[in-house]
Design a protein. Structure first.
Length: 386
Protein backbone atom coordinates (compact mmCIF):
# COMPACT_ATOMS: atom_id res chain seq x y z
CA UNK A 1 0.00 0.00 0.00
CA UNK A 2 1.30 3.51 -0.83
CA UNK A 3 2.53 5.82 1.93
CA UNK A 4 0.37 8.92 2.61
CA UNK A 5 2.27 12.12 1.80
CA UNK A 6 3.16 14.17 4.89
CA UNK A 7 3.04 17.95 4.77
CA UNK A 8 6.07 19.63 6.31
CA UNK A 9 6.84 23.13 7.54
CA UNK A 10 10.55 23.92 7.99
CA UNK A 11 11.24 26.81 10.34
CA UNK A 12 14.78 28.05 9.77
CA UNK A 13 14.98 26.46 6.30
CA UNK A 14 18.12 28.40 5.30
CA UNK A 15 20.32 27.15 8.16
CA UNK A 16 22.49 24.06 8.45
CA UNK A 17 19.65 21.84 9.76
CA UNK A 18 17.13 23.50 7.42
CA UNK A 19 19.17 22.83 4.28
CA UNK A 20 19.95 19.26 5.40
CA UNK A 21 16.20 18.74 5.87
CA UNK A 22 15.63 19.97 2.34
CA UNK A 23 18.19 17.46 1.05
CA UNK A 24 16.37 14.67 2.88
CA UNK A 25 13.05 15.76 1.38
CA UNK A 26 14.51 16.01 -2.13
CA UNK A 27 15.53 12.36 -1.81
CA UNK A 28 12.00 11.18 -0.94
CA UNK A 29 9.58 13.54 -2.65
CA UNK A 30 6.89 10.87 -2.82
CA UNK A 31 6.60 10.84 0.99
CA UNK A 32 6.87 14.54 1.84
CA UNK A 33 5.57 17.85 0.57
CA UNK A 34 6.93 21.18 1.83
CA UNK A 35 3.97 23.44 2.64
CA UNK A 36 5.77 26.08 4.72
CA UNK A 37 9.22 27.65 4.89
CA UNK A 38 10.67 30.34 7.13
CA UNK A 39 13.99 32.15 7.24
CA UNK A 40 15.35 35.21 9.01
CA UNK A 41 17.83 37.12 6.84
CA UNK A 42 18.96 34.74 4.06
CA UNK A 43 16.10 35.72 1.78
CA UNK A 44 17.84 35.01 -1.54
CA UNK A 45 18.28 31.43 -0.42
CA UNK A 46 14.69 31.31 0.86
CA UNK A 47 13.56 32.60 -2.50
CA UNK A 48 15.29 29.80 -4.41
CA UNK A 49 13.73 27.23 -2.02
CA UNK A 50 10.31 28.78 -2.69
CA UNK A 51 10.84 28.48 -6.45
CA UNK A 52 11.77 24.82 -6.10
CA UNK A 53 9.05 23.67 -3.68
CA UNK A 54 6.23 26.22 -4.17
CA UNK A 55 5.01 26.07 -0.56
CA UNK A 56 1.75 27.69 0.52
CA UNK A 57 3.35 29.59 3.39
CA UNK A 58 6.55 31.62 3.35
CA UNK A 59 7.53 33.60 6.45
CA UNK A 60 10.43 36.03 6.75
CA UNK A 61 10.91 36.38 10.50
CA UNK A 62 13.17 39.44 10.37
CA UNK A 63 10.72 42.21 9.49
CA UNK A 64 13.44 44.67 8.39
CA UNK A 65 15.13 42.21 6.03
CA UNK A 66 11.74 41.14 4.71
CA UNK A 67 10.57 44.67 4.01
CA UNK A 68 13.81 45.45 2.18
CA UNK A 69 13.62 42.29 0.06
CA UNK A 70 12.02 43.25 -3.22
CA UNK A 71 11.94 40.11 -5.32
CA UNK A 72 8.77 40.31 -7.42
CA UNK A 73 8.05 36.58 -7.69
CA UNK A 74 8.39 35.98 -3.96
CA UNK A 75 6.11 38.96 -3.42
CA UNK A 76 3.41 37.23 -5.48
CA UNK A 77 3.60 34.03 -3.44
CA UNK A 78 1.61 33.54 -0.22
CA UNK A 79 4.16 35.24 1.98
CA UNK A 80 4.30 37.01 5.31
CA UNK A 81 6.83 39.19 7.08
CA UNK A 82 7.22 39.02 10.87
CA UNK A 83 7.74 36.34 13.52
CA UNK A 84 4.08 36.42 14.56
CA UNK A 85 3.06 34.63 11.34
CA UNK A 86 4.93 31.48 12.37
CA UNK A 87 2.11 30.87 14.81
CA UNK A 88 -0.53 30.65 12.04
CA UNK A 89 1.81 28.57 9.89
CA UNK A 90 2.50 25.86 12.48
CA UNK A 91 -1.16 25.70 13.52
CA UNK A 92 -2.44 25.34 9.92
CA UNK A 93 -4.57 22.21 9.46
CA UNK A 94 -2.58 21.01 6.48
CA UNK A 95 0.76 20.97 8.36
CA UNK A 96 1.56 17.47 9.69
CA UNK A 97 5.19 17.91 10.77
CA UNK A 98 7.02 21.03 11.94
CA UNK A 99 10.81 20.97 11.69
CA UNK A 100 12.02 23.39 14.38
CA UNK A 101 15.40 24.30 12.86
CA UNK A 102 15.75 27.94 13.87
CA UNK A 103 18.54 28.89 16.22
CA UNK A 104 18.17 30.21 19.75
CA UNK A 105 15.34 31.20 22.07
CA UNK A 106 13.52 32.68 19.05
CA UNK A 107 12.38 29.09 18.46
CA UNK A 108 10.37 28.73 21.66
CA UNK A 109 7.09 30.46 20.74
CA UNK A 110 6.50 28.73 17.41
CA UNK A 111 7.59 25.33 18.71
CA UNK A 112 5.21 25.75 21.63
CA UNK A 113 2.40 26.70 19.22
CA UNK A 114 3.10 23.56 17.15
CA UNK A 115 2.90 21.51 20.35
CA UNK A 116 -0.40 23.14 21.34
CA UNK A 117 -1.85 22.16 17.98
CA UNK A 118 -0.80 18.52 18.49
CA UNK A 119 1.68 18.30 15.62
CA UNK A 120 4.75 16.12 15.23
CA UNK A 121 7.76 18.29 15.91
CA UNK A 122 11.17 17.30 14.57
CA UNK A 123 13.08 19.25 17.20
CA UNK A 124 16.53 20.62 16.38
CA UNK A 125 16.00 23.80 18.40
CA UNK A 126 17.31 22.44 21.70
CA UNK A 127 17.01 25.91 23.26
CA UNK A 128 13.24 25.30 23.51
CA UNK A 129 13.76 22.44 25.97
CA UNK A 130 16.63 24.16 27.76
CA UNK A 131 14.49 27.22 28.47
CA UNK A 132 11.18 25.59 29.23
CA UNK A 133 11.58 21.81 29.29
CA UNK A 134 9.04 21.16 32.03
CA UNK A 135 6.35 23.36 30.42
CA UNK A 136 7.02 22.12 26.88
CA UNK A 137 6.86 18.43 27.81
CA UNK A 138 3.68 18.98 29.86
CA UNK A 139 2.07 20.75 26.87
CA UNK A 140 3.15 17.89 24.58
CA UNK A 141 1.48 15.32 26.85
CA UNK A 142 -1.68 17.42 27.13
CA UNK A 143 -2.00 17.97 23.38
CA UNK A 144 -0.66 14.58 22.30
CA UNK A 145 2.06 16.27 20.29
CA UNK A 146 5.05 14.11 19.34
CA UNK A 147 8.51 15.56 19.94
CA UNK A 148 11.10 13.65 17.92
CA UNK A 149 14.73 14.59 18.54
CA UNK A 150 16.92 15.81 15.68
CA UNK A 151 20.04 16.31 17.79
CA UNK A 152 22.14 13.26 16.82
CA UNK A 153 22.84 12.39 20.47
CA UNK A 154 19.18 12.46 21.47
CA UNK A 155 18.15 10.59 18.34
CA UNK A 156 20.69 7.91 19.34
CA UNK A 157 19.31 7.74 22.89
CA UNK A 158 15.75 7.62 21.54
CA UNK A 159 16.67 4.71 19.28
CA UNK A 160 18.62 2.84 21.97
CA UNK A 161 15.90 3.26 24.60
CA UNK A 162 13.09 1.94 22.43
CA UNK A 163 10.16 0.99 24.65
CA UNK A 164 12.32 0.01 27.66
CA UNK A 165 10.82 1.30 30.94
CA UNK A 166 13.02 3.97 32.54
CA UNK A 167 13.46 1.89 35.74
CA UNK A 168 15.53 -0.51 33.62
CA UNK A 169 17.89 2.26 32.47
CA UNK A 170 20.87 2.88 34.71
CA UNK A 171 22.69 5.54 32.68
CA UNK A 172 22.43 7.63 29.53
CA UNK A 173 25.82 8.85 28.32
CA UNK A 174 25.96 11.61 25.71
CA UNK A 175 29.02 11.64 23.48
CA UNK A 176 30.84 14.87 22.70
CA UNK A 177 33.40 15.35 19.95
CA UNK A 178 35.30 17.62 22.34
CA UNK A 179 35.28 20.39 19.73
CA UNK A 180 38.37 22.10 18.27
CA UNK A 181 39.98 22.64 21.71
CA UNK A 182 39.74 19.11 23.08
CA UNK A 183 43.47 19.01 23.87
CA UNK A 184 44.00 22.69 24.77
CA UNK A 185 45.20 23.61 28.27
CA UNK A 186 43.16 26.08 30.37
CA UNK A 187 45.83 28.72 29.66
CA UNK A 188 45.64 28.14 25.89
CA UNK A 189 41.84 28.41 25.95
CA UNK A 190 42.11 32.04 27.11
CA UNK A 191 43.69 33.10 23.81
CA UNK A 192 41.68 31.27 21.16
CA UNK A 193 40.43 33.28 18.20
CA UNK A 194 36.96 33.43 16.65
CA UNK A 195 38.19 31.57 13.54
CA UNK A 196 39.71 28.77 15.64
CA UNK A 197 36.51 28.45 17.66
CA UNK A 198 34.35 28.22 14.54
CA UNK A 199 36.45 25.42 12.99
CA UNK A 200 34.71 22.30 14.28
CA UNK A 201 36.71 19.12 13.52
CA UNK A 202 33.83 16.78 12.58
CA UNK A 203 30.53 18.68 12.05
CA UNK A 204 29.56 21.57 9.71
CA UNK A 205 27.07 23.66 11.67
CA UNK A 206 25.75 27.20 12.22
CA UNK A 207 27.97 29.71 14.05
CA UNK A 208 26.17 29.65 17.38
CA UNK A 209 26.26 25.87 17.83
CA UNK A 210 29.88 25.78 16.60
CA UNK A 211 30.92 28.14 19.40
CA UNK A 212 28.77 26.15 21.86
CA UNK A 213 30.65 23.02 20.80
CA UNK A 214 34.00 24.73 21.35
CA UNK A 215 33.07 25.78 24.94
CA UNK A 216 31.23 22.46 25.45
CA UNK A 217 28.17 24.53 26.35
CA UNK A 218 26.47 22.55 23.57
CA UNK A 219 26.87 19.40 25.67
CA UNK A 220 25.60 21.26 28.75
CA UNK A 221 22.50 22.30 26.79
CA UNK A 222 22.09 18.72 25.58
CA UNK A 223 22.24 17.36 29.12
CA UNK A 224 19.35 19.68 30.00
CA UNK A 225 17.53 18.71 26.80
CA UNK A 226 17.91 14.98 27.62
CA UNK A 227 16.75 15.53 31.19
CA UNK A 228 13.39 16.84 29.95
CA UNK A 229 12.95 14.93 26.70
CA UNK A 230 13.43 11.50 28.31
CA UNK A 231 12.30 12.45 31.84
CA UNK A 232 15.66 11.30 33.21
CA UNK A 233 16.98 12.27 36.64
CA UNK A 234 20.26 14.17 36.12
CA UNK A 235 22.20 11.62 38.19
CA UNK A 236 21.54 9.06 35.43
CA UNK A 237 23.12 11.34 32.81
CA UNK A 238 26.78 11.43 31.81
CA UNK A 239 29.13 12.77 29.13
CA UNK A 240 32.12 11.13 27.41
CA UNK A 241 34.39 12.59 24.77
CA UNK A 242 34.36 10.64 21.50
CA UNK A 243 36.50 12.52 18.94
CA UNK A 244 35.34 10.43 15.94
CA UNK A 245 31.65 11.51 16.27
CA UNK A 246 30.42 8.09 15.15
CA UNK A 247 29.04 6.70 18.42
CA UNK A 248 26.21 9.18 18.92
CA UNK A 249 25.42 8.29 22.55
CA UNK A 250 25.05 5.27 24.79
CA UNK A 251 22.36 3.81 27.04
CA UNK A 252 23.38 1.47 29.85
CA UNK A 253 20.65 -0.83 31.18
CA UNK A 254 20.47 -2.26 34.71
CA UNK A 255 21.84 -5.63 33.56
CA UNK A 256 25.05 -3.89 32.41
CA UNK A 257 24.31 -3.99 28.65
CA UNK A 258 25.29 -0.83 26.79
CA UNK A 259 23.36 -0.06 23.60
CA UNK A 260 24.42 2.63 21.15
CA UNK A 261 23.57 4.02 17.72
CA UNK A 262 26.50 4.54 15.35
CA UNK A 263 26.79 6.17 11.95
CA UNK A 264 29.09 8.68 10.20
CA UNK A 265 28.58 12.29 11.34
CA UNK A 266 25.77 13.39 9.03
CA UNK A 267 22.68 15.22 10.31
CA UNK A 268 20.56 13.92 7.43
CA UNK A 269 20.14 10.62 9.26
CA UNK A 270 18.60 11.89 12.55
CA UNK A 271 16.55 14.45 10.60
CA UNK A 272 15.11 11.74 8.36
CA UNK A 273 14.39 9.43 11.30
CA UNK A 274 12.42 12.20 13.03
CA UNK A 275 10.35 12.59 9.84
CA UNK A 276 9.74 8.90 9.04
CA UNK A 277 9.60 7.38 12.58
CA UNK A 278 8.68 4.62 13.31
CA UNK A 279 9.59 3.58 9.80
CA UNK A 280 13.12 3.46 8.42
CA UNK A 281 13.80 4.06 4.76
CA UNK A 282 16.83 4.49 2.52
CA UNK A 283 18.52 7.81 3.12
CA UNK A 284 20.97 10.21 1.44
CA UNK A 285 23.10 10.23 4.62
CA UNK A 286 26.69 9.08 4.45
CA UNK A 287 27.08 5.32 5.18
CA UNK A 288 29.66 3.42 7.20
CA UNK A 289 32.64 2.20 5.19
CA UNK A 290 33.09 -1.35 6.49
CA UNK A 291 36.36 -1.82 4.56
CA UNK A 292 38.17 0.69 6.80
CA UNK A 293 39.65 -0.13 10.21
CA UNK A 294 38.27 2.30 12.80
CA UNK A 295 39.09 3.14 16.37
CA UNK A 296 36.36 4.47 18.64
CA UNK A 297 37.70 6.33 21.65
CA UNK A 298 35.52 7.08 24.70
CA UNK A 299 37.40 9.47 27.01
CA UNK A 300 36.13 10.85 30.34
CA UNK A 301 35.10 14.50 29.96
CA UNK A 302 37.27 17.14 31.66
CA UNK A 303 34.99 19.31 33.81
CA UNK A 304 37.86 21.55 34.92
CA UNK A 305 38.95 22.73 31.49
CA UNK A 306 35.33 22.85 30.29
CA UNK A 307 33.33 24.31 33.21
CA UNK A 308 30.22 24.68 31.01
CA UNK A 309 29.57 20.98 31.66
CA UNK A 310 29.04 21.57 35.37
CA UNK A 311 26.59 24.36 34.54
CA UNK A 312 24.57 21.91 32.44
CA UNK A 313 24.28 19.40 35.28
CA UNK A 314 23.44 22.12 37.81
CA UNK A 315 20.63 23.46 35.64
CA UNK A 316 19.33 19.95 34.95
CA UNK A 317 19.17 19.39 38.74
CA UNK A 318 17.65 22.77 39.69
CA UNK A 319 15.15 23.36 36.86
CA UNK A 320 12.87 26.38 37.40
CA UNK A 321 14.25 29.57 35.88
CA UNK A 322 17.85 28.33 35.59
CA UNK A 323 17.51 26.93 32.03
CA UNK A 324 16.16 30.19 30.60
CA UNK A 325 18.88 32.20 32.36
CA UNK A 326 21.71 29.95 31.18
CA UNK A 327 20.37 29.81 27.64
CA UNK A 328 19.89 33.58 27.25
CA UNK A 329 23.20 34.45 28.94
CA UNK A 330 24.99 32.00 26.69
CA UNK A 331 23.31 33.27 23.49
CA UNK A 332 24.21 36.86 24.34
CA UNK A 333 27.75 35.94 25.40
CA UNK A 334 28.36 33.93 22.20
CA UNK A 335 27.19 36.92 20.16
CA UNK A 336 29.52 39.19 22.14
CA UNK A 337 32.42 36.79 21.52
CA UNK A 338 31.65 36.68 17.78
CA UNK A 339 31.61 40.51 17.80
CA UNK A 340 35.03 40.57 19.43
CA UNK A 341 33.67 42.15 22.64
CA UNK A 342 34.67 39.38 25.07
CA UNK A 343 37.21 36.57 25.18
CA UNK A 344 36.47 32.88 24.68
CA UNK A 345 36.62 31.90 28.36
CA UNK A 346 34.42 34.89 29.28
CA UNK A 347 31.48 33.11 27.66
CA UNK A 348 31.16 30.47 30.36
CA UNK A 349 32.48 32.73 33.16
CA UNK A 350 29.75 35.31 32.47
CA UNK A 351 27.06 32.60 32.35
CA UNK A 352 28.25 31.29 35.72
CA UNK A 353 28.08 34.76 37.36
CA UNK A 354 24.64 35.56 35.96
CA UNK A 355 23.22 32.19 36.89
CA UNK A 356 24.55 32.55 40.45
CA UNK A 357 22.91 35.89 41.11
CA UNK A 358 19.55 35.52 39.38
CA UNK A 359 16.32 35.44 41.37
CA UNK A 360 15.44 31.74 41.27
CA UNK A 361 11.83 30.68 40.82
CA UNK A 362 11.24 26.90 40.97
CA UNK A 363 7.97 27.01 39.04
CA UNK A 364 7.86 29.84 36.49
CA UNK A 365 5.29 30.20 33.72
CA UNK A 366 6.27 30.93 30.11
CA UNK A 367 5.85 34.71 30.51
CA UNK A 368 8.22 34.72 33.43
CA UNK A 369 10.76 32.71 31.43
CA UNK A 370 10.57 35.24 28.60
CA UNK A 371 11.12 38.11 31.08
CA UNK A 372 14.08 36.41 32.72
CA UNK A 373 15.55 35.71 29.26
CA UNK A 374 15.53 39.48 28.62
CA UNK A 375 17.04 40.14 32.07
CA UNK A 376 19.93 37.72 31.47
CA UNK A 377 20.73 39.39 28.14
CA UNK A 378 20.88 42.79 29.88
CA UNK A 379 23.24 41.32 32.47
CA UNK A 380 25.58 40.18 29.67
CA UNK A 381 25.48 43.70 28.23
CA UNK A 382 26.59 45.03 31.66
CA UNK A 383 29.33 42.37 31.84
CA UNK A 384 30.70 43.57 28.48
CA UNK A 385 30.86 47.18 29.70
CA UNK A 386 32.38 46.27 33.10
N1 LIG B 1 23.79 22.30 12.75
C1 LIG B 1 23.75 21.15 13.38
O1 LIG B 1 24.43 20.19 13.00
C2 LIG B 1 22.87 20.97 14.59
C3 LIG B 1 22.85 19.73 15.25
C4 LIG B 1 21.98 19.55 16.30
C5 LIG B 1 21.17 20.57 16.73
N2 LIG B 1 21.22 21.78 16.10
C6 LIG B 1 20.35 22.86 16.56
O2 LIG B 1 19.53 23.25 15.47
C7 LIG B 1 19.25 24.64 15.55
C8 LIG B 1 19.70 25.30 14.25
O3 LIG B 1 21.09 25.15 14.14
P1 LIG B 1 21.84 25.45 12.77
O4 LIG B 1 23.23 24.98 12.95
O5 LIG B 1 21.04 24.94 11.63
O6 LIG B 1 21.82 27.05 12.78
P2 LIG B 1 22.07 28.05 11.57
O7 LIG B 1 22.79 27.39 10.47
O8 LIG B 1 22.63 29.29 12.16
O9 LIG B 1 20.58 28.35 11.03
C9 LIG B 1 19.64 29.00 11.83
C10 LIG B 1 18.34 29.18 11.10
O10 LIG B 1 17.46 29.96 11.94
C11 LIG B 1 17.12 31.18 11.29
N3 LIG B 1 17.09 32.23 12.30
C12 LIG B 1 18.13 32.95 12.81
N4 LIG B 1 17.70 33.84 13.71
C13 LIG B 1 16.36 33.69 13.78
C14 LIG B 1 15.35 34.36 14.52
N5 LIG B 1 15.62 35.35 15.39
N6 LIG B 1 14.05 33.97 14.34
C15 LIG B 1 13.75 32.97 13.46
N7 LIG B 1 14.67 32.31 12.72
C16 LIG B 1 15.96 32.66 12.89
C17 LIG B 1 18.20 31.41 10.24
O11 LIG B 1 17.70 32.23 9.20
P3 LIG B 1 18.69 33.06 8.22
O12 LIG B 1 19.83 32.16 7.87
O13 LIG B 1 17.78 33.31 7.06
O14 LIG B 1 19.11 34.31 8.91
C18 LIG B 1 18.47 29.97 9.80
O15 LIG B 1 17.48 29.54 8.89
C19 LIG B 1 19.99 25.17 16.79
O16 LIG B 1 19.11 25.17 17.88
C20 LIG B 1 21.08 24.12 17.01
O17 LIG B 1 21.48 24.03 18.35
C21 LIG B 1 22.04 22.01 15.03
Amino acid sequence: MGQATKNIAILGSTGSIGTNTIEVIRSCLSRFRIVGLSAHTSLDELYSQVQEFEPEWVVGTCRTAWDEFQHPVLKDTANLGGTEHLDSLVRADNVDIVVAAMVGSAGLASTYAAIESGKRIALANKETLVMAGRQVMAAARLNQAEILPVDSEHSAVFQALGETPLEQVSRVVLTASGGPFRDFSSADLKNVTIQQALAHPTWRMGKKISIDSATMMNKALEIIEARWLFDLPPEKLGVVVHPQSIVHSLVEFIDGSVVTQMSPPDMKLPIQYALTYPERCTSPAQKTDWTQAVCHELIPADFERFPALELGFEVARQGGTTGAVLNAANEAAVEAFLNGQIGFTDIVASCRTILDHHEFDPNPDLNELIKIDAWARQEIAKWILA
